[in-house]
Structure formats: structure tokens, C-alpha cells
Design a protein around this ligand. Sequence first.
Ligand SMILES: [Zn+2]
Length: 410
Amino acid sequence: MKKDIIDRLTKYVIIDTQSDPESNTTPSTEKQWNLLNLLQQELTDLGLETELDDNGYLFATLASNVEADLPTVSFLAHVDTSPDFNATNVNPQIIENYDGNTIKLGDTTRELSQDVFPGLKQVEGHTLMITDGTSLLGADDKAGVVEIMEAVKYLTEHPEIKHGDIRIAFTPDEEIGKGPHAFDVERFNADFAYTMDGSEYGELQYESFNAAEAKITCHGVNVHPGSAKNTLINAILLGQQFNALLPQQEVPERTEGYEGFYHLMKFNGDVEKTTLQYIIRDHDREQFELRKKRLLEIKEDINTHYQDDPIEIEINDQYYNMGEKIAENPHVIDIPKRVFANLGIEPNTEPIRGGTDGSQLSYMGLPTPNIFTGCANFHGPYEYASIDVMEKAIDVIIGIVQEVVNTYEQ
Ligand SMILES: [Zn+2]
């Protein structure tokens, strides 16, 4: 099976599918169709019904082979790769039986070493796919695509394995935050789903941040500094004051685990006008709401000292902690937990300090935890995939479809 995984991953990573945050189309780049069309052909060749819509969402069904009426389980992966680093001419390299020594990446000065990337210790002895140092690998999330395709292929070749309807979705533009953007959850018509888009062996993620962004605009009054007394309002200083009123320990660089934060991403301006952009993150919904409230209170507080309310604020929610939705549907996490136990995989259910496509999909009515893929160091030249861990991820998919039968068949 290892060779099949390597061949398939190679075939997919050499197709450039980089998404583009500046684009207004869906998918954001034409080249994502190259992989979507190939996958549609491959799924059709495996005997699956497929639908590829105008927005680049590829859906497929592996039909049930049992009488019982079982819930429809689904598996998702994204076809695009990150815009953060070069994604053309990906030239994957294979390291057999990784011995833990530092690996030089192609002809570049870049190196993969355990000092810098301690996660590599976990994949000693594994077969790795790495880059030549000039591009990202794109195993995020083509490893997930491969795992789903190999699992489907395995199931079609082993009809003796019983399963209900299985829905597959390959989606565009995850890396620019638009994965679920045009996902037609109703048409997809699955009961629950798993994104194959995690990283290290054992990850089973079902808690994400609640997320919002805030834009603070400070309006100043610019007059000649020589005659400015009691007239000039300096927008830069308003901005400074605003930020100084936030809890200074609640920033990304001083928080971990379940601790939330305010992250000042941009601070631009002059005396006349200054803008501050924040992202607000918290796993706890109540704390999250309080964080947003605090921003409004600071605004009010500063504005009361001026006549014309110099500070404006705009807050937009981005996504919510899927944990709330998973808690309403505990089987969605109990099923993979039993599968992990059967396979001897220790689940790592640490909360994600971020979001996944599942964070939004869970609120669109499709509860969607995230499962490990075996790749790491996403979005840059140090990205790698462990073929051994990918094999385990395929076992997990096959295990989940069987566990759905065990759980629901009377
Ligand atoms: Zn990803």
C-alpha cells in the first residue's frame, strides 16, 4: 500500500493548485480545476457517482452495500495549497527509513532538522516525502485527498466490508478561509463528516476557537501644532490609548491551551486618521462575547472624553467553536474514538488554536471534526508527509465506515 500512497501523493502534489486571496472568483484560481477534474475522473473510474459544481465543489457517493438504513458519513479534504510560499514545480523527494539526521533540502541551503522541528522525532524510521527546498509540498491537504481516495479504492476492491452510504467532498480555497463559503450542505446531504486535514499522528480535533475580527477607526483633528492647545486630536495617540486599555497579557505570544486573546494585526495611521485591526479568539463562547463587549466599552470610554465620538468600531464574527455542535452530537466523536482504540492509536484531542473548515460546516448543519493526515510544517519548504502515518489515516477512514455499521445496524 505504501507504494500506492507515494505514487498517488506524487501525482497530486505536482499539480499546482495554489489558491489566491486577492481573487473574487470561486474557486479563486483556475488551476484548481486541474486536480478537481482528475479526481472526478478517478472517482468515476472507481464506480462512484460524482457531481462537480460551478464553484469547484466535487461531491461523490460510494453507495451503501447493506440493507440497514444507516447514517451517511462523509470525508472531506481541500484541493488547494497555501498562497504563503511558491507552489509551482513541486519536486517531491522520498526519504526511506528516516534516521533522524538533518536532511538537506535539494540544492538549497534549507535543512530539515530535529533541533528546529522536534516533531520529526515522531517519524523516525518512517518513509517521508519532502520538498527540494524550492516550494511547499502541498501535502496540506493532498495527503488528505490521497487518504480518502485510497480508502475508497480499498472499499471498492473489498465489497465484503460492509458500509452505509459514504459521501466524499473535495473542496477549493480552504487556505484563503473560503472552504465552506459555497459548500451546499443541503445538497451534500450527509449526517456527519470528518475533514482529513490535521497534522500529527493521533490528532482528533473537535474544539476550535470562536473567532471575530475588529476594525477600530480613530478620527483625529489636525491643526497646526503651534496653536493646537485644546483643539488638536491626534488619531495615533487615540489608537495607542485604545490598545493600552486592553489586557496586555492576553495576546497570542503570552497564551496557550484554552487561553483566548486579542491580536493586534495592523496599526496604520497619522494624526488625521488611524486604524487598528484585531483578531479576537476564545474557545469559550461566553468569554468570546465578553471580549467583543470589552472593545465596545473601551470605545465608549474614550469617546465620552470628546465631543464628536472620534472612535468607530466594526466587529465581524468569523467562525465559532465547533465543540458546541459536537457536544450536541456526541456519536460524531465517539465513533472515531472507538476506531482509534481498535487501531491502538492514542487520540490527541487538544483544542485547536485556530479554525478548520469544520468550524464553519458544523454551524451550517454538518458536524465535522478534523483527523490527522501525517503531514507537518504546513505552508512552506519544510513541509513533509509521513507515508507510514498516512497509511494509519487510511485505516482510520476504513475503520469509521465499519464502526458506523457496528453502531447503528440492528
Ligand atoms: Zn489544510
